[in-house]
Design a protein around this ligand. Structure first.
Ligand SMILES: Cc1cc2nc3c(=O)[nH]c(=O)nc-3n(C[C@H](O)[C@H](O)[C@H](O)COP(=O)(O)O)c2cc1C
Length: 330
């Protein structure tokens, strides 16, 4: 069965990619994902705050030894809060590349333009086959406009693209007023891939303790719909390759994502829940599904349910909202 695909210019045997997660934090994990059949691996993100901390440490060690360093860095998360520091990250990336034959993507999570461009270069030098820029930003300042947020994201992508020659994918939030336009602008800025979507992790409130609490819920297949919707809207209308992340648990999820237009489907929660070998199960199920439904290849179905091709384009438009609500009978 031909499950082959192309993502960020890389020819892959199939679309199942291990998304950014702790599963690839050590070499054993990286090898397990390759053994389970992953077509590529995205390493966990290096956060801008980690980079800034390192740069600040260098600077302050030169000019202000001692107490002032502790004071100046007190507002950063503790280094222990991160699985891999910047230097370790680059070393891990280098070793992961040596350990496996599949593409390894590095991930950078930045909040401001400029500061992390250097690390994009270092990741490329360390052997990353591509970069995934994880643009996770919460605009809590009421004075900050959406135009400013979008401009910064687009500028970041343009700057990173100017700094490296490897492909650059952008992992995005769905929370833009005009997401299709943001995708088009990122395309114009040179993004080679769009990864839909980042999951946002909202804190809960503990009303007894008066505390904001953090619990990470893993996804299930119901989260796929938001991705399918936007994937179908973008498919065939932007140049970058398209990846789904969020809610991919089964072979049918992969089929749906491909029909919406995905070139690859990333899995994390499913692999954390069932172990890396679950990827092999989904891969086998995918081949079986195509055979059973007489699809000669995955490429044949890619985007056949996109907004451009679907027989009922209303499904992705405002009309769908009205039809859904009006169709409910008590
Ligand atoms: C424990 C954990 C750690 C993660 N770390 C990262 C990360 O460092 N960078 C990133 O871009 N996404 C990270 N993610 C998000 C995943 O890559 C993925 O986008 C998200 O979990 C949705 O996919 P899923 O439904 O397959 O889990 C993490 C997810 C989990 C559960």
């Amino acid at each position: 069965m031909d499950l082959s695909t192309k993502y960020l210019g890389m020819a892959l045997p199939h679309p199942l990619v291990a998304g950014a997660s702790p599963l690839s934090d050590d070499l054993d994990g990286v090898k397990r994902l390759e053994d389970a059949g992953a077509a590529a691996i995205v390493l966990r993100s290096l956060f801008e705050e980690q980079i800034t901390r390192e740069q600040l440490a260098e600077y302050l060690n030169l000019d202000y030894p001692g107490e002032s360093f502790a004071e100046a860095t007190s507002y950063f998360p503790s280094p222990n809060a991160f699985a891999l520091g910047p230097v370790q990250y680059l070393e891990h990336l280098r070793r992961a590349k040596e350990a496996v034959g599949i593409p390894v993507l590095a991930s950078l999570n930045g909040a401001t333009p400029g500061g992390w461009i250097e690390y994009a270069r270092l990741m490329a030098q360390a052997g990353a086959d591509a970069l995934e820029l994880n643009l996770y930003r919460i605009a809590t300042d009421p004075e900050t406009t959406s135009a400013e947020i979008e401009r910064q994201a687009i500028e970041t992508v343009r700057e990173v693209k100017e700094s490296v020659t490897i492909p650059v994918a952008v992992k995005l939030s769905p929370f833009y007023a005009a997401f299709a336009n943001v995708a088009r602008e990122l395309d114009r800025a040179g993004a080679d891939g769009l990864v839909l979507f980042n999951r946002f992790y909202q804190p809960d409130i503990d009303p007894e303790e008066l505390a904001a609490t953090r619990t990470l819920h893993l996804s299930d297949s119901s989260e796929l719909r938001l991705r399918l919707h936007w994937m179908a809207i973008l498919s065939g209308r932007v140049r970058p390759s398209l990846a789904v992340t969020g809610g991919v648990h089964t072979a049918v999820d992969v089929v749906k994502a491909t029909m919406a237009g995905a070139h690859v489907t990333q899995m994390v929660s499913a692999l954390l829940l069932h172990g890396p070998d679950h990827l092999r199960t989904v891969l086998n199920d995918l081949a079986a599904w195509l055979q059973e439904h007489e699809w000669p290849s995955l490429a044949e179905m890619r985007g056949n349910m996109s907004l451009l091709k679907v027989p009922d384009p209303d499904a992705y438009e405002r009309a769908n909202y009205m039809l859904m609500l009006q169709g409910w009978r008590a």
